[in-house]
Write a protein that binds this ligand. Sequence first.
Ligand code: RIB
Ligand code: CA
Length: 320
Amino acid sequence: MERPVSEDLIIDCDTGSDDAIALLVGALHRDLNLIAVTTVAGNCPIEVTTLNTLKVLESAQISGVPVYRGADGPLIGQIDRTAGWPQDLDLPEPSKTAEPQHAVDFLVDTLTSAETPITIAAVGPLTNLALAFRMRPGIVSKIGRLAIMGGGIAVTNISASAEANIFWDPEAADVVFRAGVPIDLFPLDATHMAPVTSDHVARWAEAGTPAALTAAAFLPERIHMYESRMPVEGGGAPVHDALAVGALVDPDLVRFERANVEIELDGTLTRGRTVVDQRPHIFLADQPKNARVAVWADRERFLDFLTEIFHAQGSADTDG
Ligand code: RIB
Ligand code: CA
């Protein structure tokens, strides 16, 4: 599908320090028109993900992007394991508040009335989307493409089998992966290939743009946490969610393979696993290849991509 010049985008997120970078990419890239942000519980409770979202946008001097507060927990049960380190972003208190409408109602209304396809980047648990799809199934046809950060093939984080966004609401993920939406999935296997180091953050901060200074306020803590407690190859920290949003406008940041993706709902040890079936076609006759899965990421290209965004804020090149 030919991409429009500037693509209408909604980011559904559980902000967090990597969601925060995804928000900056979505708001500042000239080929994306971030029309709204919807929040969900995940990395931290809904009050915190919503407040973090408002803080990031205001600190980076991004205006005109409404924030809608969404689901405060998964379809079934409660979030019982969190990321394991504080997630409230050390940024000034925002002057704005979230919109009065619930995120799920906003998604249903906006997609129902959309005259052209809308792109969604879902980088937290998929609860809001699943609720919206259940409420008004027809809206799936209004989604041009859906980028999801979630899951893992060989790499996992929250359990030996699962990645956090999917683990926190497996039933919602199951609804979304069965909905027939064109999905690009960004699992940990790809996001871990493109970590950001302290040197990069320092170089961005030298640009002195509001977005670069905002990122520099919280990324060092994220990098320290990864380097001391869960090191990745190449040092630094992955900013998972930003890769998913970046690849919307630069697909060469990753390499995709088509696959059937299903969500494990029952396993005692494997609940929340994304089962990515990469077997040859002969074994897959009755399984739809329902997603493009990013299996590799180009770290240098991604870091250059972020550098350009942070350095160019306010110039004619990124304003949009
Ligand atoms: O597992 C990583 C994902 O979980 C990221 O989206 C992070 O922000 C958290 O939501
Ligand atoms: Ca997230």
